[in-house]
Ligand binder design. Structure first.
Ligand code: COA
Ligand code: MG
Length: 231
């Protein structure tokens, strides 16, 4: 397993368009439709990050790469069942995890939202209690911890939001062991939280026994240069 992160920087419109010409049409159209420039950059960087990683891991060049999606929208690399990946982006970060088994990753920029209302409506009762039992000043941080763990799980399973968010519960015990409970049973998924920067929460969920401790930080400009070299 490897976990990568890119801290995004602005890209000029001209450069953005040029790089977009090097990726698949469907993704290019998706990027063009975003109104917010940051959404464009995050999605483009996610795409060239995975394409560059695949070249490094499997020596497959960009032009030979096509991704498929499962019925819930999770992208995968057809014909390579031992190469699994998942991408997430929020704020100034794009993150990607690769593994030989199914994997899910989620990053969220912490925003001041009505976390109590959201947790009451969408989280299990024990998740809600895990948040509100804490001092007021750390409840928002705990909320995002649960949020990213839940999302890493639905992304690992590949079923996205077709899984009702209250149908499973993230349990963090007194020793900080994390597990997911579904129908009162503990399922064999492992989780890890990462500290990637203040103001962000990030989590990885895997069906392998161990999750890497390391985040490989990649500079955006070096990534773009490397990607251009693959063409
Ligand atoms: N399973 C796993 N990964 C998926 C996926 C699925 N069903 N569908 C898309 N993805 C991947 C794609 O690579 C996508 O990247 P792209 O948009 O650049 O193509 C990436 O996940 C996006 O992940 P992230 O940045 O974390 O986006 P998100 O948080 O907006 O949404 C979803 C992630 C689409 C999988 C889905 O969970 C969703 O819509 N969530 C909305 C937020 C929410 O309510 N979360 C509840 C958490 S408690
Ligand atoms: Mg997310």
């Amino acid at each position: 397993m490897k976990i990568y992160a890119v801290k995004t920087l602005d890209i000029s419109e001209g450069n953005l368009e040029k790089i977009c010409l090097l990726i698949h049409l469907e993704k290019r159209c998706k990027i063009q439709k975003f109104i917010n420039k940051k959404d464009k950059v995050r999605t483009l960087i996610g795409e060239i990050l995975i394409r560059t990683i695949i070249f490094e891991e499997l020596s497959i060049r960009n032009k030979h790469l096509t991704f498929e999606k499962n019925q819930y929208g999770k992208p995968y690399f057809k014909g390579h069942p031992k190469f699994n990946f998942n991408i997430s982006h929020s704020g100034d970060f794009v993150v990607c995890a690769i593994d030989d088994k199914s994997i899910g990753i989620d990053i969220e920029k912490v925003k001041h939202i009505e976390y109590k209302e959201i947790a009451k409506s969408f989280f299990s009762l024990s998740e809600f209690n895990y948040i509100v039992k804490e001092d007021l000043n750390i409840q928002l941080s705990k909320f995002y911890e649960i949020w990213t763990l839940k999302e890493s799980y639905i992304k690992c399973s590949g079923q996205g939001l077709s899984i009702p968010l209250k149908s499973f519960s993230i349990d963090i015990d007194q020793y900080e062991n994390i597990k997911v409970i579904i129908d009162k049973e503990h399922k064999e998924y492992v989780f890890k939280r990462f500290d990637i920067g203040s103001g962000y929460k990030m989590a990885v969920c895997s069906v392998n026994k161990e999750i890497s401790n390391n985040i490989i930080m990649i500079d955006q400009n070096s990534l773009i240069n490397k990607f251009r070299g693959l063409i």
